[in-house]
Structures are given as structure tokens and as C-alpha cells.
Design a protein around this ligand. Structure first.
Ligand code: NAP
Length: 525
């Protein structure tokens, strides 16, 4: 397929008329063809009109039709073959194997949502049968199901050009819920976005769905993004990116005459707690695991371990020594965009200069543009607690070790943290009492707690939580990865005393969809 530089509004290829967006190959700093002329409010209007027109029909498609559609998207993405991989590598600087793996994850994610849609559990059908003889008052027949919220605006993430972009987790979960999607492509990977957008549009056509089920817009966040979030037909937003970007979208969503939910995944430093017995028994192995997790993908993961908290002493000293040696040998890696590289340089630069942070190690220098050198810093608990600059996210392969004098100081540091996507505990049996005592704090702070593992690598499954209190996300009640993500785009509706023929199929007396309902307080087998 030849890249066209066009947006996709339903099935139509539309050329924008705002400033051109051109991908930059971060490994060379050279621009890539074609140019993507940015869209404007007019294009947002067209895409949202189509999405709204499609909504009522799309949300009532059968479970099988919608599941087949998600699977068709996966097939169409796979059919793009090497062209997609080549383009994504060129636009992101990510290694080929990583992009191939990410394509697999993206397609598996779509198929997992297809399975979820087919199973129908997400409809969460509840039936309270009529009790006409009840005294003192009869009870009506009450039936509840979940319905789709409405068209959803999705902002592609820079760091997952496939798995959290045009057909990524936000899009898959919104489509699974029955919501049409309008994507605002990330300007760093427009070609990848166009290829995947074409694949989704082909799947819409093959599935005979209304064209407004999917549109793809290019353009600036401040114009197209804000117009999209402000459009009255958009009923929810999915976003992964910076705290400032997420907050701007939340503000726009809250300022509408009808405020809407924004599911923004923003900023997390993912504390790793190394408990004394674990540190003493396997410090070297912990150093290896930590540096591998820290430097994977140039540290450009939302779950990157940006903070280590541990008791000071000889075991931590040995861990620091081993970790510093590994960081010094870490090759430089190309970052996603010149902007992200420069933000990383500023972030580590401010810690290098900081009077209360000591630079322990710097990775190997890069030879090509935009290469991130891994950084390792250390500070004392007291300084961490009193210096906000030490607590900020450095998006990239940088981490800060906080040395604590006691369990009490570890608790204070942990208690002081903002909301996190993950918190990791490395512990041996002897560490259990200290870990148990800290768990209530960690549960309050994070969406996922790990024991003796590393936070990078997020499984797409039913039990996953990729979420957490602010600023990890804007809504701690949900997850953006895993099948529970569908719930972000649903709301309950209750039908009282409806004649059977007027009820949606999911709620009919004969249970034609064979759903496991909550029937008069009992879960059906
Ligand atoms: P970003 O700057 O937040 O951009 C993400 C999307 O939001 C883009 O489409 C952007 O539009 C839009 N946007 C940004 N600011 C906006 C605003 N004020 N109003 C409306 N739309 C806005 O994120 P990024 O480009 O991916 O990376 C920048 C930084 O974000 C990184 O250095 C890192 O610190 C952080 N980040 C964090 C995560 C995470 O998972 N925690 C992931 C990726 C990035 P434009 O196309 O106009 O830019």
C-alpha cells in the first residue's frame, strides 16, 4: 500500500489543510514522506457526525458480529506484513523485534476483546423478577444491562505505536463496548497510523458496518484534539501520554456543557522496594533484573522502574555497586522522538545538577541522534521527602535509589508517593512482616502490586490492572489494559416492566443469548 498522507473520515480519504505533520526518523533526524496535512475543526465535525450516525446501529450489533469485526481488524493488520513493521521501525527508532512483538500483542488484544464480547459477561445482566403479591407494595419487573456510552475519542500513544495507538487497547475496548471511535493520531508516527487506519477501515467495510464506526484524524492536539474532546457527540476519551497533555484534555472535557469522562494514563515512577533479606541473599541477581527492566526499550514504558526504595547498609551498597557497573555498560538507545529525547535530557540534567542527588552511573554514549544514555542516581530519604524535583517522572532509562534508615522511613517515603501504575516488592520469607505492614500503603498508591518480578511487561488478560490513582491515571477505578478496560465505555440501564418483545435480547425472559445472569440474587450456572 502506498501511503497517501490522508485522514480517514469513515470510508473517505480526506486531505487536511493545516500545517503539515511529517514523521522524523529519530535514528537519523531525517523527515519521512509523505507529509500529513493537519485536520481542523471542520474534519472533527465530519468525523463526529458520522460516528453519531453510526452509534445506535453499531451498539446493537450482535455479539458475534462485533467479535468478528474485531478479529477482522487483527487479520487486516497482519495482512499489512512487513510494510507496517518497516514504517513503524522508521518512525519510532524501536527495534524490529520489539515492533513485531507489539504487532502480535495488538492482534492478540483485539482477539481477546472478541472473546470477551462473545462471552457477553460484560453485559452484566441483572434480573429482579416482578413480585406482584409482595406486601406492603408489589415489586416491578426490573432488568439491567450495560450499554455503550457513545462515540469515543482516542489519542494514540507515542510509546506504543501499535498496541496503544490507532487499533490499540483504547480503540479495541471502545469498539468492543459498542462505541464508534475517532482517533487523533500521534504526530510522531503518522505513516504507521495511516496503515493501521486503512486496515480498520477495510474491516469496517468487510463487516458491513456503518462507516462512522471508525475515523482517523491527523493534526495538532491543541486544535483537533481539543475540538474532538469538546464535540458534544463524543462521550468519553482514552489517552496515554504526558501529564500536561492529559490534564489539558481533562480540563476541556470538564468545561463542556456536558462533562465527559477522560481515561488518561499519564505519569508513574513505579517504585521498587528491595527488602533486606532479599537484597542480602540475591543482590547481584536483583541488580541484573533491575537494569534489564530499566533499560528495556530505552526506558520508554509507563511501567519503567524509576524509583528504588531500600534500607541503607552493606547489602544495598553491594546492589548499588553491581547496578552502577551494569548501567555504565548499557548501550545508548534511540528514543521515540527528538522531543522525548530532549525532555529526557532535561530531566536527567536537573538531577545531575541537583544538590541532593548523586549521579552513580551513566550509560554508554550514543553515536546517532536522540540516543538515551541510561542514568542511575541516589539520594537519602529525608532529601527525597523534601524535594519535589526528586519525585518527578523522567521518561526514559533513568532511576533514583532512595536510601532509608529504617522501616519507618521506608513507610514515610512510600506514603509520600503520588499514585502509581505499579509497585514492586522484592522479598524473601524473612521480609514478610515488613512487606505485610507496608501493603495497605501500597494498595492505596498503586494499580498493580508485584512480588519478585519487574513491572515492565504488561500482560493483556482478564485480571490485569494498568491503572492507578492520580497522576498514574485520571480515574483509578478502571484499567486501560486487559479485558476489564471495556467497562470504561459502558453504563447501566434498567428496564422496568417492559413487555418481553420490547426488551433487548440480553434481557428477555427466555435468555436467548444464554448469558449467566444475576437472577433474583443468584448467579446462574
Ligand atoms: P504528549 O505530549 O502528551 O502527546 C500525546 C497526545 O496528546 C498527542 O496527540 C498530542 O498532540 C496531544 N496533546 C499534548 N498536549 C496537548 C494539549 N495541551 N492539548 C491537546 N492535546 C495535547 O505525549 P508524548 O508526545 O507521547 O510524549 C511527551 C512526554 O509524555 C514524554 O516525554 C513523557 O514524559 C510523557 N509520556 C508518558 C507516557 C506514560 O505512559 N506515562 C507515555 C508517553 C509519553 P500533538 O500531536 O499536537 O503533540
Amino acid at each position: 500500500m502506498t501511503l497517501t498522507g490522508n485522514m480517514l473520515i469513515g470510508q473517505q480519504a480526506i486531505t487536511g489543510h493545516r500545517e503539515a505533520i511529517r514523521a522524523i526518523n529519530p535514528a537519523t533526524d531525517l523527515p519521512l514522506e509523505p507529509a500529513y496535512l493537519g485536520g481542523s475543526g471542520e474534519h472533527v465535525e465530519q468525523a463526529c457526525t458520522l460516528a453519531w450516525t453510526a452509534f445506535d446501529r453499531y451498539r446493537e450489533t450482535s455479539l458475534a458480529t462485533r467479535a468478528d469485526f474485531l478479529e477482522t481488524i487483527a487479520i487486516e493488520i497482519e495482512a499489512l506484513g512487513d510494510e507496517l513493521i518497516d514504517r513503524a521501525v522508521a518512525e519510532t527508532g524501536l527495534p524490529r523485534a520489539r515492533i513485531q512483538g507489539e504487532r502480535g500483542r495488538t492482534c492478540q488484544q483485539l482477539r481477546t476483546f472478541a472473546r470477551t464480547v462473545r462471552a457477553g459477561e460484560w453485559l452484566d445482566v441483572r434480573v429482579d423478577s416482578a413480585l406482584p403479591e409482595r406486601q406492603p407494595l408489589p415489586r416491578a419487573d426490573l432488568r439491567q444491562r450495560q450499554v455503550a456510552l457513545g462515540p469515543v475519542a482516542v489519542f494514540g500513544a507515542s510509546n506504543f505505536p501499535l498496541a496503544f495507538s490507532v487499533a490499540g487497547g483504547d480503540t479495541a475496548s471502545a469498539l468492543a463496548a459498542g462505541c464508534p471511535v475517532v482517533v487523533k493520531a500521534h504526530s510522531a508516527h503518522p505513516g504507521t497510523s495511516e496503515l493501521v487506519g486503512q486496515a480498520v477501515a477495510r474491516a469496517v467495510k468487510k463487516s458491513a458496518l456503518p462507516e462512522g464506526v471508525f475515523s482517523l484524524l491527523f493534526g495538532s492536539g491543541r486544535e483537533v484534539g481539543i475540538a474532538l474532546v469538546s464535540d458534544p457527540r463524543i462521550k468519553a476519551v482514552g489517552f496515554t501520554g504526558s501529564r500536561s497533555g492529559g490534564m489539558a484534555l481533562i480540563k476541556a472535557a470538564q468545561s463542556r456543557p456536558e462533562p465527559i469522562p477522560v481515561y488518561a494514563e499519564m505519569s508513574s515512577i513505579n517504585p521498587v522496594l528491595l527488602f533486606p533479606a532479599a537484597l542480602a541473599s540475591r543482590g547481584e541477581a536483583l541488580a541484573q533484573g533491575f537494569v534489564a527492566s530499566l533499560t528495556q526499550g530505552a526506558g520508554q514504558f509507563c511501567t519503567n522502574p524509576g524509583l528504588v526504595i531500600a534500607h541503607q547498609g552493606p547489602a544495598l551498597d553491594a546492589f548499588i555497586k553491581a547496578t552502577a557497573a551494569l548501567v555504565q555498560r548499557s548501550p545508548a538507545q534511540t528514543m521515540l522522538t527528538p522531543g522525548i529525547f530532549s525532555a529526557y535530557e532535561n530531566g536527567v540534567g536537573s538531577l545531575v545538577e541537583h544538590p541532593h542527588a548523586q549521579t552513580l552511573a551513566v550509560g554508554l554514549q550514543g553515536e546517532t541522534p536522540n540516543q538515551c544514555q541510561a542514568h542511575l542516581f541516589v539520594t537519602q530519604a529525608g532529601d527525597f521527602l523534601t524535594n519535589a524535583a526528586l519525585q518527578a517522572e523522567m521518561f526514559g532509562a533513568a532511576s533514583l535509589i532512595v536510601q532509608c534508615a529504617s522501616d519507618d522511613e521506608i513507610r514515610k517515603v512510600t506514603e509520600h508517593l503520588e499514585g502509581q501504575l505499579t509497585a514492586t516488592l522484592h522479598l524473601d520469607d524473612a521480609d514478610m512482616p515488613s512487606a505485610r505492614a507496608l501493603l495497605p500503603v501500597l494498595e492505596r498508591k498503586s494499580g498493580r502490586l508485584l512480588v519478585n518480578g519487574w513491572p515492565t511487561g504488561v500482560e493483556v488478560c482478564d485480571a490485569m490492572v494498568h491503572g492507578g490513582p492520580f497522576p498514574a491515571t485520571s480515574d483509578a477505578r478502571t484499567t486501560s489494559v486487559g479485558t476489564a478496560a471495556i467497562q470504561r465505555f459502558l453504563r447501566p440501564v434498567c428496564y422496568q416492566d417492559f413487555p418481553d418483545s420490547l426488551l433487548p435480547a440480553a434481557l428477555r425472559h427466555g435468555n436467548p443469548l444464554q448469558l449467566r445472569r444475576l437472577l433474583d440474587g443468584q448467579r446462574e450456572a
